[in-house]
Ligand binder design. Structure first.
Ligand code: UD1
Length: 444
């Protein structure tokens, strides 16, 4: 693609959708469990890995550490026998926050890790002091210089030591980093005020599958008893609850009935409760199959993002698109990230009536949105704009697709399979189409 060209998505809105969509493996689980593969003495196989640019980057980072990777569809084999490098490449880690979490397994296996700070991103500053303080409590020496975290363990065994760690905030990443580090530490680690997200539990289950001794994952107190070595396993990642919630909203916003499979309903309780307050019905056709049924009514409600099991920040933007066309007023309060309301400006381009005051967005529902040219400002914002485009009158063009491709596996193809009129094209600086992508998955 030449520098003056860019890929965009066109959406022609107000089409009814119908049918069933397959939900991919969870991005946030996959990335951290991939980092967790470094804990295995000889390797492991991971299944149900979503096809995402972030997953490709994580593979490159892990390969750079000396691990051999073989990909076969949605499965990845990791041969960790050659893992000997403690410095993941700066360029890649600085662009992928989850890659920083590899500091836990690298330090646990090699006794030393030099990992670049992930840096801020469009949704907030995203510091890592909770990860660092926890590793220090486990006996690591940590120096941060020139944007690089240099951590090492002294002593002949180079093993971290079990510790009691209280997290000031139930950070998902810090809980994951410290849980991985503790699996090979000497003695018992207790993480208090730990994150309870399903992805934390998935990582714990993976660690248990490779021989770790972990109890309490999914509660705010996780206990890890360190072992000397971790073995092989064949492990499948949980379905992506954020992707499933995106399709639930797609059904509600287009007044369409959509089924999704596989899902873990317990992971979607906050999203389902809000959808039902807004007006859609959600039914279970099987323990792992969910269907959204519109009722023709959409009315405003208030949403506050908080750590799990409360309403997730990763679903806030998509629900904002829905509330933008729901009757009455809604207040959305974002408490997890300090800068995660940038999609408001884009939704306003489509006719939404939203005001921002601090971390609150006050949404006054409008009868309908109208298609416009909009730009994705972050990953979940990109999904919100697709949803708004599906509901809007006329054509919406979305730019900034690198955000979407980071975290949604074949979103356009999946939407198309439900009947959406959506296509990805490459345009030149004049806005003329120079290439039309086919049904196959194409990454920009
Ligand atoms: C993970 C998810 C992300 C999700 C978020 C919250 C991955 C790869 N990403 O991100 O999609 O939106 O959980 O559910 O799993 N914080 C600190 N100091 C720290 C760590 C975090 O102040 O050391 C703050 C962050 O800046 C943020 C809040 O805590 O404001 C939540 O962050 P955290 O739970 O750590 O999110 P991530 O693990 O980065």
């Amino acid at each position: 693609m030449s520098k003056t060209e860019q890929s965009v998505i066109h959406i022609w809105g107000q089409n009814k959708l119908s049918g069933e969509v397959k939900i991919s493996g969870a991005k946030n689980s996959a990335l951290v469990v991939m980092a967790g593969s470094l804990l295995c003495a000889s390797g492991c196989r991971l299944r149900n890995i979503p096809g995402l640019v972030d997953v490709d980057k994580m593979c490159q980072i892990i390969e750079a550490l000396g691990v051999k990777i073989e990909r076969n569809g949605d499965a990845i084999d990791f041969d960790t026998t050659g893992f000997n490098c403690h410095t993941p490449p700066f360029e890649l880690v600085s662009k992928l926050r989850a890659a920083f979490f590899s500091i836990g397994p690298i330090l646990a296996r090699l006794g030393v890790a030099k990992v670049p700070l992930p840096g801020g991103c469009s949704i907030g500053a995203r510091p890592v002091e909770l990860h660092v303080r926890g590793l220090q409590a486990m006996g690591a020496h940590v120096e941060i210089e020139h944007g690089i975290v240099n951590a090492y363990v002294t002593g002949s065994s180079k093993r971290l030591k079990g510790a009691k760690i209280y997290l000031d905030y139930p950070s998902v990443g810090a809980t994951e980093t410290l849980m991985m580090a503790a699996t090979l530490a000497d003695g018992e680690t207790i993480l208090e005020n730990a994150a309870k997200e399903p992805e934390v539990v998935d990582l714990a289950n993976f660690c248990i599958a490779i021989g770790a001794k972990i109890t309490g994952a999914g509660t705010d107190r996780i206990t890890i008893v360190g072992v000397k070595e971790l073995h092989e396993a064949d492990y499948s990642i949980i379905p992506d609850r954020v992707e499933a919630a995106t399709f639930l909203v797609a059904g509600a916003i287009t007044n369409s009935e959509i089924s999704m499979f596989p899902v873990i309903p317990g992971h979607l309780m906050a999203a389902v409760a809000k959808l039902e307050q807004i007006g859609a019905k959600v039914v279970m056709d099987a323990p792992d199959r969910m269907r959204v049924i519109p009722t023709g009514i959409l009315k405003g409600t208030d949403i506050e993002t908080l750590p799990y099991p409360a309403f997730p920040t990763d679903m806030q933007a998509q629900f904002m698109a829905l509330l933008a066309v729901s009757e009455g007023n809604s207040v959305i309060t974002e408490t997890v990230f300090e800068n995660r309301l940038q999609h408001v400006a884009e939704l306003k381009l489509m006719g939404a009536n939203i005001k921002v005051k601090g971390n609150h967005a006050i949404v006054e529902g409008v009868a309908r949105l109208s298609g416009a040219t909009v730009t994705a400002t972050d990953l979940r914002a990109s999904a919100a704009l697709v949803l708004a485009g599906l509901a809007a009158h006329g054509k919406t063009t979305m730019q900034g697709l690198h955000h979407l491709d980071r975290g949604y596996d074949c979103l356009e193809a999946k939407m198309r399979s439900l009947g959406a009129k959506i296509e990805r094209v490459r345009v030149n600086s004049e806005g003329e189409t120079v290439y039309r992508y086919g049904e196959e998955v194409v990454k920009v």
